[in-house]
Structure formats: structure tokens, C-alpha cells
Design a protein around this ligand. Structure first.
Ligand code: URA
Length: 237
């Protein structure tokens, strides 16, 4: 048995707050009877829940953040040494997959989920979801940083403006709102430098906090899944 507002937000269409509002506004029925109490317990395996008359099916979505080590491929392909080998097999069985790709030698934050719609929204280039990486590179000067931040012509596309916080000529962090294949490595090469190490530290509001060392993972807290849903929403607007 779970709370009705949780049942609705697990379905992926509502944040917890929106779910509560929908219930209070009388849009939700349990077995044909309108319910206005969001804390009402429902049996997710037996009760029939409708929202504005339409069936609302419960899917148990799983969300985990992994601190990816180098040497693992962001794939579900069982033939490869995959990031999916680092989380319990139940995630693969539940249809979870890595939300986006980190290069084999890139480390850090990777979301793994079976919530296809949320993953799609977070990855869609239209939605400008922020990704932050710590880098180590061949020394760059202020002019090179300016070119990287302004946007560079990479031949097949021009990068969007991004934000760099350089700690010294060889270290810093870069925040992008796009995520094309090898993008940061290609940007630094185009600016006359080279990425030597890359670690993702932020993705759509998530951080590495709560995950221990490389190779460790943590299921997202309810606050974190809410954060992702809100991020996907606001980028949709
Ligand atoms: N940019 C890259 O070049 N590689 C990554 O893994 C992520 C972003």
C-alpha cells in the first residue's frame, strides 16, 4: 500500500505537489470513487486509479546515481564492460539504462533509470539541462577560456555558450547545456588545448553527494527525483 500522491508521482507525470493538487481538486478517483485526501493509502497492485476519468497505470520507476569509474562503457549491451554491471541486476531486469553517455575514460555522475520519458526530457537538446564537469587539461590562458565560453565552431556544429570556472591554467570546471559526442574534448582541442581528465560532478541539479567512491551508487532520494522532474518541466516551458 502506498500514498495516493506518491502513486501518482511515481507514474512520472506529476511532481508530488502536482499530484496532491490534482487529488485535492477532485480529479482523481480510486475504484470509481473521487478521493480528495492525497495521503489516502492505495493498493498499487489491485486498486484502479483514474485521473480525469482516464486510467493511470503505476510503474515502479527506479533511479540510481552512479559514480562511474574509468573503463566502463555507458551502455546496456551485455557484451561490453558496462556501467550496468556496477548496479544490482534488478535494475537491468527493470529495464533501466544509463541516461546519456560518458566516455569510457570519463568518471563521475551518471543517472541510471527505467523512466524513459524523464530520461528523454533530460537529454533532449531542446531542454538545456545543465551538466558540470571538473577537468584537467593542457594549460589554457584567458583568451582560450573566453573562446571556449563564447562557443566554438567544431566543423559540424557551433557550441553554445558555456560557463568555465578556471582554478589555474590546468584545472577547473565547465558547465554546458548541451551534450554532443566527445563535446568537451573536441572543444578543448579546437581551442588549442587537450582534456587529460574529465569527471562529471553535476547533472540537472543532481550532484555526487551521498555516493562514496568511484564505482559506488546510491538510489535517488525522493527530493532528488522531484528535482529531476522539476528540471525536466522547467526546461519544457
Ligand atoms: N564531453 C566529453 O568529451 N566526454 C564526456 O564523457 C562528456 C562530455
Amino acid at each position: 500500500m502506498i500514498r495516493l500522491d506518491r502513486y501518482l508521482s511515481e507514474g512520472g507525470k506529476f511532481t508530488r505537489r502536482e499530484a496532491g493538487e490534482a487529488v485535492r481538486r477532485g480529479l482523481v478517483a480510486v475504484n470509481g470513487e473521487t478521493v480528495r485526501d492525497p495521503s489516502r493509502k492505495v493498493d498499487e497492485t489491485a486498486d484502479r486509479i483514474t485521473v480525469e476519468g482516464a486510467d493511470f497505470r503505476y510503474t515502479e520507476f527506479r533511479y540510481v546515481k552512479l559514480n562511474k569509474p574509468a573503463g566502463y562503457v555507458s551502455t546496456t549491451d551485455p557484451g561490453e564492460k558496462s556501467v550496468m554491471d556496477l548496479v544490482p541486476p534488478e535494475f537491468r531486469r527493470a529495464g533501466a539504462f544509463p541516461c546519456g553517455r560518458l566516455d569510457i575514460d570519463t568518471t563521475g555522475l551518471l543517472l541510471i533509470t527505467n523512466d524513459g520519458q524523464l530520461a528523454h526530457e533530460l537529454l533532449s537538446p531542446r531542454h538545456h539541462c545543465e551538466k558540470t564537469y571538473r577537468y584537467r587539461c593542457r594549460p589554457v590562458d584567458g583568451e582560450q577560456i573566453r573562446r571556449l565560453e563564447e562557443g566554438l565552431d567544431l566543423g559540424d556544429f557551433t557550441t553554445k555558450p558555456c560557463k568555465i570556472e578556471a582554478e589555474d591554467p590546468e584545472h577547473g570546471s565547465i558547465t554546458l547545456t548541451e551534450g554532443k559526442f566527445h563535446q568537451i574534448k573536441r572543444m578543448f582541442l579546437a581551442a588549442g588545448s587537450e582534456i587529460l581528465e574529465l569527471e562529471r560532478t553535476g547533472f540537472a541539479g543532481l550532484t555526487l553527494s551521498g555516493i562514496g567512491r568511484r564505482g559506488d551508487y546510491a538510489e535517488l532520494t525522493e527530493e532528488e527525483t522531484e528535482l529531476l522532474r522539476r528540471a525536466a518541466r522547467s526546461q519544457n516551458a
